[in-house]
Design a protein around this ligand. Structure first.
Ligand SMILES: NC(=O)c1ccc[n+]([C@@H]2O[C@H](COP(=O)([O-])OP(=O)(O)OC[C@H]3O[C@@H](n4cnc5c(N)ncnc54)[C@H](OP(=O)(O)O)[C@@H]3O)[C@@H](O)[C@H]2O)c1
Length: 350
């Protein structure tokens, strides 16, 4: 199978990571990317790390009729939140008229199509969904949870970065009535995207550590979806934090453990949960953000003592939390080996 790939919003951080991962994917035949402000400029203008690695210029738009001639069209949407939902009805019409709507693989990195219920979407994102009729077409793409639903899915909503870390943290707790889970998640500044903001401004951020969106982060409904699906009962209280790093998420989940589960049992159920998950590594002591930086791995460790349980998860927000997870979903959806083009070690030290 030859993959011809278009990235919408290729000049952002997610777009740059997609270009990096896909440029070495063994099945990649052609790679193109759109951007508004940098249209006509080479990819390296936004992503200097790609200079000499991949050629190509940002395009203003994709000619879908021409794109329709390829064997397997794949589209990644790495647009700012809300932009794909505004455009998708028009894009679907263009894909239909080009005769590729059914075989085109779309993977969206934004939060636009992750929540199936428009009312939950409106509450999380504080706006009405512009095309709720398209929500049911999307399959949620966290392979460690719903791997079975991804093969053959032609529209995939890639999970949020915090959602990925937190969901991986709750999966080993399947079937447990916990009452309360207290979670914190420290993220690097790249989580806010390429446009400068107060939350990414170096002097304000580089040596600070602070909480934000306390108990109200928009990824919580994604966590609830996974909890409901695997039968974890309990209030989930989440405090996101800005950490003085560029990439990475470190999530900690703490909960009271039922009497019958000791440290050994918690470890065993975690091992069992991720037995067939090539990108989850169960580690001793603490996971390290640096060990997963630049990779698709999620490192997880667990601890239990005196009735308290802990799960810790480290991922790279731009990789397992976004771009490389999207490639993992593409592989699974198209029937390729899950690890194709993705078995890359993180950088250590960072
Ligand atoms: N950063 C993370 O850690 C992370 C993790 C998981 C998911 N996500 C989600 O993934 C998506 C991409 O994130 P990012 O961090 O890569 O964002 P980003 O760095 O801000 O990049 C956004 C891209 O979209 C383009 N764009 C923005 N608004 C547009 C519009 N209305 N129409 C067309 N193009 C538009 C931008 O370029 P032009 O403005 O020049 O066109 C740029 O190429 C977001 O929805 C984000 O929520 C981010």
């Amino acid at each position: 199978m030859k993959l011809d790939i278009a990235i919408l919003g290729a000049s952002g951080y997610g777009g740059g990571e997609l270009l990096r991962w896909l440029s070495t994917h063994p099945k990649m035949n052609s790679l193109r990317g759109t951007a508004r402000t940098l249209a006509g400029e080479p990819f390296w203008k936004a992503h200097p790390n790609l200079r000499g690695v991949i050629d190509g210029d940002f395009e203003e738009d994709i000619d879908w009729k021409a794109f329709a001639k390829v064997e397997q069209p794949v589209v990644f949407a790495a647009l700012s939140h809300g932009a794909l939902a505004e455009k998708l009805p028009e894009l679907e019409a263009a894909w239909k008229s080009a005769g590729i709507a059914d075989r085109l693989q779309l993977i969206d990195l934004s939060g636009d199509f992750r929540l199936q219920d428009p009312a939950i979407f409106a509450k999380a994102y504080k706006k009405t969904h512009p095309c709720p009729e398209l929500l049911p077409r999307f399959v949620y793409g966290l392979p460690e949870w719903n791997r079975a639903k991804i093969p053959g899915a032609r529209r995939i909503a890639n999970p949020g970065c915090f959602a990925t870390a937190l969901q991986l943290g709750v999966l080993p707790l399947h079937g447990l009535k916990l009452g309360f889970i207290a979670a914190s998640g420290a993220t690097g500044s790249s989580g806010s995207g390429a446009s400068p903001s107060e939350g990414t401004h170096h002097p304000l951020r580089a040596q600070d550590f602070r909480a934000y969106k306390i108990l109200g982060h928009q990824h919580l409904p994604e966590v609830h979806m996974a909890m409901d699906a695997v039968g974890v009962e309990g209030t989930f209280a989440f405090v996101p934090q800005s950490a003085p790093m560029v990439r990475g998420i470190f999530a900690t989940l703490m909960f009271p453990l039922p009497e019958h589960i000791d440290a050994k049992a918690l470890h065993a159920r975690t091992e069992d949960t991720f037995r067939n998950c090539p990108f989850v590594r169960l580690v001793e002591e603490s996971p390290k953000v640096t060990a997963v930086t630049g990779s698709n791995f999620a490192d997880i460790s667990v601890a239990a003592k005196g009735g308290s349980g802990v799960v810790m998860v480290a991922i790279d927000n731009l990789c397992k939390g976004m771009a490389s997870q999207a490639v993992q979903n593409m592989n699974l959806a198209l029937g390729l080996p899950e690890t194709e083009g993705l078995k890359v070690a993180g950088r250590f030290p960072a």
